[in-house]
Design a protein around this ligand. Structure first.
Ligand SMILES: Cc1ncc(COP(=O)(O)O)c(C=O)c1O
Length: 387
């Protein structure tokens, strides 16, 4: 359901609208099920367990995990990243990360660094967001325990060389954590092809699910410390967390309405086909980039080679504050987008837009060509009246 008063161009923050089935599935669970999965032996608890099971099976097969129990349900990508970072790192470890990382990576690393716990090296791509794997290789030290890389920038959309970094990490026996918050659902993604040790996903962006559900892929055989322990409904006699996956990392009541919604979101993507979604995204992205570049005074960031980019475009207008521009876009034209630093300050340093930030448009599968034309025309009017 879309309301016709606004144009939603903020899908990189969270996708909207969701497929109708997502609303229906989540509402149905809340209204009619209301049971705790895997805790009780009654029918509704078993039905709730089935929701978790189905969502896990579907997510695992969609993302290309070898085993369903490699998929751990979390709250969001931030939760998954924290779980991975804090579950692996120990005093004295060294971590390599890129300047395109989100604060959900930068801040957990920052807190782990406090008091000399760990050391880090940041590697930067070029201003178009493209990273040379050699730079990552050069940063490796004997004590390097982990490499962290976003799969695609949430500011300029550039896709990072995930499989090449995964190979390098394997060769050097280093844990590779991939942040796939911006790619799952909008890019063909197969974990068995990329082969990271850990990968963080979020349900509410391009997987088209509701907020409150994230996923962490933990490659079979990799041991990480749980950062939350408690009830699982299994081995209740034990004082310690059951060692069996996924229970080991999934303490507490699961978000069954969210998981039912996520299951439908992924199902919708499977039915449409990721390549159809990708084609649609690229079409709108190219239209946006081309149109923005023709507007006087506008600087568009990132590469024009959109085949290596997800549907995110950042720009500035000479002499205009990005926040103010975002405000006018909504107040006068009903266009919803995101402005500022987008929780990725180092990425803005890399592209040269720190501290003022940019305006970010991120169209999604439900946006149309007409909407892109309206957005471009609105921006033209704003820049003309600003002169
Ligand atoms: C690259 C990246 N990583 C992590 C996150 C955090 O995602 P979540 O809001 O699901 O925790 C985001 C969200 O914007 C992101 O773009």
């Amino acid at each position: 359901m879309k309301d016709n008063r606004s144009i939603y161009f903020d899908n990189a923050a969270t996708s909207w609208p969701k497929p109708e089935e997502v609303y229906e599935a989540a509402g149905k669970v809340l209204r009619y099920s209301g049971s705790n999965p895997g805790r009780s032996a009654h029918t509704r608890s078993i039905q709730a367990e089935r929701i978790v099971f189905e969502a896990r099976e579907r997510a695992a097969s969609f993302l290309g995990a070898e085993f369903p129990e490699e998929i751990i349900f979390t709250l969001n990508a931030t939760d998954s990243l924290n779980m991975a970072i804090k579950g692996v790192l120990e005093q004295g470890d060294h971590v390599i990360y890129t300047s395109m990382e989100h604060n959900s990576v930068l801040r957990p690393l920052g807190s782990q660094k406090e008091g000399g716990g760990i050391t880090t090296t940041m590697v930067s791509p070029d201003a178009d967001g493209f990273l040379e794997v050699e730079k990552v290789a050069e940063a490796i030290k004997p004590e390097t325990k982990m490499i962290i890389c976003t799969h695609a920038s949430n500011i300029i959309g550039s896709i990072m060389p995930a499989a090449a970094i995964a190979n390098l990490a394997k060769e050097k026996d280093i844990v590779f954590l991939l942040d796939a918050a911006q790619t799952a659902g909008s890019l063909p993604l197969n974990l068995q092809k990329i082969r990271p040790h850990l990968a963080a996903f979020t349900g509410h962006k391009s997987l088209l699910g509701p907020p409150g559900v994230g996923l962490l892929y933990v490659c079979k055989g990799l041991h990480i410390k749980p950062w939350r322990e408690g009830g699982t409904g299994s081995s209740s006699e034990e004082e310690r967390q059951p060692q069996l996956m996924p229970d080991y990392l999934e303490a507490g009541t699961m978000n069954t309405p969210g998981l039912a919604g996520l299951n439908e979101g992924i199902k919708f993507i499977q039915e449409q086909g990721v390549s159809t979604i990708r084609q649609h995204d690229l079409y709108l992205l190219n239209m946006l980039r081309e149109g923005l570049k023709k507007i006087e005074g506008t600087t568009v960031y990132g590469s024009d080679d959109t085949s290596s980019s997800v549907a995110v475009v950042s720009f500035t207008v000479e002499g205009m504050d990005s926040g103010e521009l975002g405000y006018i876009l909504e107040e006068v034209y009903g266009i919803l987008c995101r402005t500022g630093l987008h929780c990725a300050p180092q990425a803005h340093r890399t592209i040269g837009t720190f501290p003022q930030g940019t305006v970010r448009f991120s169209p999604g599968y439900f946006n149309t060509e007409e909407e892109v034309e309206y957005v471009l025309e609105s921006l033209r009017k704003i820049t003309v009246s600003f002169k």
